[in-house]
Ligand binder design. Structure first.
Ligand code: BES
Ligand code: ZN
Length: 623
């Protein structure tokens, strides 16, 4: 080649590269499509994760190696999210399998998002291998000492990655719009069991080494791990439960309808795509009711009421196998696509299994919660919109009844306007069309309008108001309230002379109890409370939903000093944030702030960091 040709070639390569670099700079400067992730999947994206985890229970840290298969076209870097991790070193592996050290940098810490981890890559980089450790600020992780567990034999570790905590235990592209498959090798102390959101072992290994595989691409918020003293029992063909020995049989009994629920949901919305559906009953400090980790839902033990009465929670997490895990909200601003659809489907499962009047009671309670939430938040509050603007905010700020109950009500509205059978066909085709993808609110609307070309323009306008305006539209779904009317009538009679026989509680479900408690008049004389407890032992119930509602009623009506030990024991035994946070809020609101602070000091070490942080910020002095 003569010199001029070489020179021309060099110039053209040089200029193309620098143009490409300019292009990437421009994209980097452009607004990120997910406000809660530093990653730039359009430049370089993770496709598969191979995890090696050593769970060090003595130091309460995980020592990890995360090796990612990546895809990119000549990108100069790949960006991961991380928060409070210690990054030790990073290697690159090229298309020949050769390993080199990589240089990387971390951007400045954002208090909500953590830091972007920028790893320099080469055009032929195929894998990135990150050596790291978690620290004791990992919000996703809870480490329990053995004396904090049910069986007291082994310690326990549990994770909660949603919404943006996966980055506190695995460096990852932590946005719900990015999916990857994973395999994992996990080492826990000998004798302990370990499970993940993946194909799981059903019995313990001798050496505490476990291997996992998730062959279907999932977003990072569905990465999950639990390790402790628990075992497996089957429920149905594809379903089963993991729980500690004291709860295992109770859980199998409580969740007896699980296989039927799975079949019902499949008949409505298409095949269950994840293989097995198992659940694990966690220690009581698990901060949520449930978490839809694929193949393995994580559950609070408070759903074991002993009478199968709280299984709508199970239906909810199962429903996420379609709405959320199969079709995923593109960002947390579209959170209602996950939770609103799921709350809707949950109720359809309950209706199929237990009938309309039963399911409608659950819906009515949810609708009451929605009205209360909107009146507390204010009906011009932008957080009462379905489509949220969360730029600069914590996704937690969008976590309220709005996504769940307003989202569900919109879907009810559409069902009533379109007719159930056409609506069901639409939903089934929606899941088929967007399976294993993420979707935005607008993507959903476009598909809806494409599918129902004849949809009345008035309906479209109304749907826009539901989604983009705050407050609640004046549409009340057509729920059957006859069983609640009956409760109200019985209650009116009962309150005359506190004649126990007037309340036909033998036929009451949890919903009837909750409605009755919500309808009790104010009780400054404490007469109602004393009679209710004498007649129905509401302060001794094993049903946490009822126990919680009752405790709140007592706090709202002035709880006495000697009843504070009931509050304390509730807060010691229950770690689910939905329950403990309102108890603390109401203690503060009704003049018991000093007690709230005292009790928090006693209970806080048993709480998951997520719950602990929420309460700490509630109690910290406001400036
Ligand atoms: N995915 C959620 C839990 C979640 C949401 C965790 C947002 C972190 C951020 C789960 O499916 C859920 O909704 N749980 C509810 C259950 C209920 C509505 C039946 C809960 O925990 O209370
Ligand atoms: Zn949910």
């Amino acid at each position: 080649m003569n010199l001029i040709v070489k020179l021309l070639l060099f110039c053209s390569i040089f200029f193309t590269c620098s143009q490409d670099r300019n292009k990437s700079v421009n994209i980097i400067e452009k607004e990120r499509s997910d406000p809660h992730s530093f990653s730039r999947p359009e430049l370089a994206v993770t496709k598969h994760l191979d995890l090696e985890l050593f769970c060090d229970f003595d130091n309460k840290i995980i020592i990890g190696i995360a090796t990612y298969d990546i895809e990119h076209i000549n990108a100069s870097e790949i960006i991961f999210d991380e928060m409070n991790l210690q990054i030790d070193s990073i290697d690159l592996i090229n298309d020949q399998g050769q390993l080199t050290k990589s240089s990387y940098r971390l951007n400045e810490e954002d208090p909500i998002l953590g830091r972007g981890l920028h790893v320099r890559i080469n055009p032929n980089t195929k894998k990135v291998k990150i050596y790291y450790k978690t620290t004791n600020n990992a919000t996703a992780l809870q480490w329990l000492d053995k004396n904090q567990t049910n069986t007291k034999k082994y310690p326990y570790l549990l994770t909660q990655s949603q919404s943006i905590s996966a980055r506190t235990w695995v460096p990852c592209q932590d946005g719900p719009g990015i999916r990857f498959t994973y395999t994992a090798k996990v080492q826990v102390p000998k004798g302990m069991m370990a499970v993940m959101s993946a194909a799981n072992p059903q019995s313990r290994t001798e050496d505490g080494k476990y291997e996992f595989k998730m062959e279907i691409p999932i977003p990072a918020y569905l990465l999950a791990l639990a390790a402790g003293d628990f075992d497996f029992k089957p429920i149905g063909k594809r379903t089963g439960v993991y729980a500690s020995s004291d709860l295992l049989d109770k859980a199998v009994w409580e969740f007896a309808d699980l296989e039927k629920m799975l079949e019902t949901t499949e008949s409505l919305y298409g095949n269950y795509p994840w293989g097995r559906y198992d659940v694990i009953v966690l220690p009581s400090s698990f901060p949520f009711g449930g978490m839809e980790n694929p193949k393995l839902t994580f559950l609070t033990p408070t759903c074991i009421a002993g009478d199968r009465s709280l299984t709508s929670l199970l239906a909810h997490e199962l429903a996420h196998s379609w709405s959320g895990n199969l079709v995923t909200n593109a960002t947390w601003e579209d959170f209602w696509l996950n939770e609103g659809f799921t709350t809707y489907i949950e109720n359809r499962i309950m209706e199929s299994l237990y009938g309309k009047s039963f399911a409608d009671m659950l819906s009515l309670l949810g609708y009451q919660d929605l009205q209360k939430t909107i009146s507390e938040m204010g009906d011009t509050n932008s957080l009462t919109k379905l489509k949220l603007n969360l730029k600069g905010k914590d996704p937690e700020d969008g976590l309220s009844d709005i996504a769940y109950e307003k989202g569900k009500s919109l879907l009810r509205y559409l069902e009533e306007r379109i007719g159930r059978s056409k609506w069901d066909e639409f939903l089934k085709s929606y899941f088929e069309k967007f399976k294993f993808k993420s979707n935005t609110t607008e993507g959903f609307l476009n598909y809806l309008y494409e599918y129902f070309t004849e949809l009345n323009p008035g309906i479209k306008d109304t749907v826009n108001i539901w989604i983009y305006s705050p407050g609640l539209i004046s549409f009340k779904p057509n729920y059957d309230s006859s069983r609640f009317t009956k409760v109200e009538n019985e209650l009116a009679e009962y309150l005359i002379k506190f004649d126990k026989s007037k309340l036909k509680t033998n036929s009451w479900s949890t919903s009837e109890w909750l409605h009755a408690i919500r309808k009790l008049p104010r009780d400054s004389s404490k007469k109602i409370r004393i009679e209710m407890e004498k007649n129905f032992q509401l302060n001794k119930t094993g049903n946490t939903e009822i126990g919680f509602a009752w405790l709140i009623y007592k706090i709202e009506n002035g709880i006495s000093d000697d009843e504070m030990n009931e509050v304390e024991s509730f807060l010691l035994n229950v770690g689910r944030r939905k329950f403990v946070l309102p108890v603390f809020e109401n203690l503060i609101k009704y003049g018991r702030e000093a007690d709230a602070k005292r009790i928090f000091e006693i209970v806080k070490n048993g709480y998951h960091p997520i719950t602990k942080n929420s309460i700490a910020s509630l109690l910290e002095p406001k400036i």
